[in-house]
Design a protein around this ligand. Structure first.
Ligand SMILES: [Zn+2]
Length: 234
């Protein structure tokens, strides 16, 4: 694979990468803020051992590849300082554009980095058709101002089934519903893939995608989603 992006050095984001580096050829590793934790140091050592170049990405860095353009919106450069621990607001926030379709990948960003990103961005710099919702759908992410700037048609929430944090929060789901966002979530739909030819978006899910996405009211239902029951019966 071309690139692996580590949004930030928390275990739920970094933990699986050892297996990825051991089993796949990885072109390079993108990391946002450097932190001096044992887990990140170990992962970087493994990357060096596997000759995987490490690049630290910060706000303002851009790239283009085969007609697709990417821009990092966060984190701000730490000017060489290394924090002793990882924070959600260290997350890499990346906007990708191909043709007239755009995606905003927010990692575990929460309101602090959202606010700073908003303050430093032009209005249309944040607009995206698809928003990977920040921090597993916690109520402190995807705040109203941020949502209003991004104006996503589709929101993808990464959350574990029955997770102890209560992600995604009903409050956030309500915000998304009010904004008319179609929701896909990994606890119901499995891995969610987004493909685009620059004009249209094609969304596919590991478990069958709900028709035309979910509305927040349908995902707030506590009943087991039908697709998941179907899968378990197999
Ligand atoms: Zn996380």
């Amino acid at each position: 694979m071309d690139v692996v992006a580590l949004t930030h050095a928390h275990q739920d984001h970094l933990g699986g990468l050892t297996a990825v580096f051991e089993n796949f050829r990885v072109g390079k590793l993108w990391i946002g803020r450097e932190v001096s934790t044992a887990a990140l140091t170990q992962l970087e050592d493994l990357a060096r051992e596997k000759k995987i170049p490490i690049e630290h990405e910060v706000r303002g860095k851009k790239f283009s590849r085969d007609g697709a353009e990417g821009e990092f919106l966060w984190p701000e450069s730490s000017r060489g300082e290394t924090a002793p621990s990882a924070k959600n607001d260290d997350s890499l926030v990346l906007r990708l554009r191909y043709g007239n379709q755009s995606l905003l990948l927010a990692g575990d960003a929460e309101k602090e980095s959202e606010r700073a990103t908003l303050a430093e961005s032009d209005a249309n710099e944040l607009r995206a058709d698809v928003l990977k919702i920040g921090h597993h759908g916690s109520k402190n992410s995807t705040m109203p101002e941020f949502l209003a700037a991004v104006q996503p048609r589709i929101g993808i929430i990464s959350s574990g089934e029955g997770n102890p944090y209560g992600h995604p929060s009903p409050e956030l789901l309500e915000r998304l519903e009010k904004a008319g966002v179609r929701i896909y979530r990994t606890d119901f739909d499995g891995a969610v893939h987004v493909l685009t030819d620059g004009t249209r978006l094609k969304i596919s899910c590991f478990v069958a995608c709900p028709e035309a996405g979910r509305t927040a009211s349908s995902v707030q239902s506590t009943e087991q989603p039908k697709q998941l029951q179907h899968k378990k019966e197999k």
